[in-house]
Every structure is written in C-alpha cells, then in structure tokens.
Design a protein around this ligand. Structure first.
Ligand code: APR
Length: 243
C-alpha cells in the first residue's frame, strides 16, 4: 500500500458549485442555474458594476443573505474533505472556485478561494479588504479611507485575474493526486488545471461530479454521482489504499 507519506507531493482538490449544491446553494450552468436567471454580463463583470453598481450589490447581497441563512450547512462532501485534511495534515490543499465558506465551516483549513469570498469586500480606492456580512450599497463608506462608492464584493469577475495563481500552480506542480469535484470545467484557468497536471506531473487525476464535465476525457479516473455520496466513498478509499 502506498500512503501519502511515501509519495512526493500532496493532494490538490479543485471544487466548484456542485459540491455546495446539496447544501442548498445554486450552481451556475445546471438547468435553473444562476446564469439561467441572471445575465452574468450585468452582475459578474467590472463593466456591469460600473454600469449599474446597485444591481450588482443587490445580486451579491441576496447571495450573501442566502449563505448566512441558518439552513445552509456544509454537507457530507465538505466534511469528508475536512476529515482528509485532519488525518493527513499538510497534505491536502483545496482550491475552490466557490465564494461560499462551507469548506471552512466544515473544518478545512487549507482553502484558497480563487474567485474570492462572498463574506468579504474590498475598497477599490485604498485596496483594503475585510469581512462583511451586512448588505452593501454604494453609499457605504470604506472604514479605512472613508470614501463612498468604492466598496465592492471581494469576488473575481469575468475578465479579472483569479486569486492565488502562483500558489495554485506551485501546488499543482508538486501534487501526487489531483481531484476535481462539482465543476463543469467551463471556466479557465481552473478548467485547465487537469491538463497542467497531466503535462508536468505523474499525478493521479480524478473527476468526482454529478455528470461528465467538459474536460471529462482528460481525467484518468472518474466517479459520477451526487457529491455527498461519491466524495465520502472516495476519501474512505484513500484512507484504505493511500494515494
Ligand atoms: N454533486 C456533484 N456535482 C454536482 C451536483 C452534485 N449534487 N450538482 C451539480 N453538480 C455539477 C454539475 O453537473 C456541473 O458540472 O456541478 C457542476 C457545476 O457547474 P457550474 O454551474 O458551471 O459551476 P462551476 O463549475 O463551479 O462554475 C465555475 O463559473 O460563473 C463562474 O465564477 C463562477 O466559480 C464559478 C465558475
């Protein structure tokens, strides 16, 4: 049996909206997904924010209030990944496209939000970034520089640079196992991570999703089904068989 200690590198887990679906949060591109109801150009681009900041604030205020709803809890998939990190400290690195905090609330510590975080905002005037759970409006003044109309959700919009790319590629270059969970594989650079791992490492590549993603054929292994079923089983197998 080869366990994680016998292999250079650790486990990089990429997650997308699908891992939070069974916690009650919407995905983007499934039927009835967020982008079937809202035009992403209006609410998820810098141009949309300049055009109509009130609409963008309302979109993220609604999602932030939804996330803070007591009914939204981490599910068995989030919890299984947190247990993996607990059992194999310093071996698991979660790169999430999600802006919810369900990985952290499940107990995961090594989490990088490459698309930002719904419960944080930043000031475009003084670049300060901080936690924010209330509704946000153009009239709110930055607590640091006191200016209004410069606060925005700390979320990466289309056309903006994702967060932590150097740290992400460093982890991908060293990993022994790359697992993609609950993402349709439609948005770069995350959609290109599996190709990067195949090109530069000998890592195992695994897709765990409800259905084959756009990049499904790039993965050496795959299990399809709801994340709350397939992720705990996968983690159990890692404990039994190692990476
Ligand atoms: N369990 C596992 N996977 C699921 C489940 C579930 N219960 N429900 C849905 N899925 C899968 C879908 O089959 C789909 O492949 O999750 C994926 C969700 O895909 P998207 O809605 O495209 O979400 P995601 O891949 O995270 O989008 C990436 O696009 O709009 C941007 O910034 C946004 O971070 C987001 C990025």
């Amino acid at each position: 049996m080869i366990n994680s200690k016998d292999r250079a590198g650790g486990i990089v887990v990429l997650t997308g909206a699908g891992i939070s679906k069974e916690s009650g949060l919407d995905t983007f591109r499934c039927s009835e997904g967020i982008w079937s109801r809202v035009n992403l150009e209006d609410v998820a681009t810098p141009e949309g924010f300049r055009r109509n900041p009130d609409l963008v604030h309302q979109f993220y205020n609604d999602r932030r209030r939804g996330l803070l709803d007591a009914a939204i809890e981490p599910n068995a998939a989030h919890l299984a990944l947190a247990r993996l990190e607990l059992e194999w400290p310093d071996e698991v690195f979660i790169v999430t496209q999600n802006i919810d905090d369900l990985h952290e609330r499940a107990g995961s510590r090594s989490v990088l939000h490459m698309h930002g975080e719904l419960r944080r905002i930043r000031c475009e005037a003084c670049e300060s970034e901080f936690a924010w759970d209330a509704d946000l409006s153009v009239d709110d003044a930055c607590p640091h520089c006191k200016r209004t109309r410069f606060l925005r959700p700390h979320v990466v919009w289309f056309g903006e640079m994702p967060i932590g790319m150097e740290q992400i590629y460093d982890a991908l270059d060293r990993c022994a196992l790359f697992v993609s969970i609950g993402t349709s594989g439609n948005v770069y650079p995350a959609a290109g991570f599996v190709s990067h791992v195949r090109m530069y490492t000998r890592a195992r590549t695994v897709e765990l999703n409800l259905e084959p993603s756009t990049g499904a054929t790039l993965f050496a292994e795959a299990t399809y089904g709801p994340a709350t079923e397939v992720v705990p089983v996968f983690v159990q197998r890692l404990f039994r068989d190692g990476i």
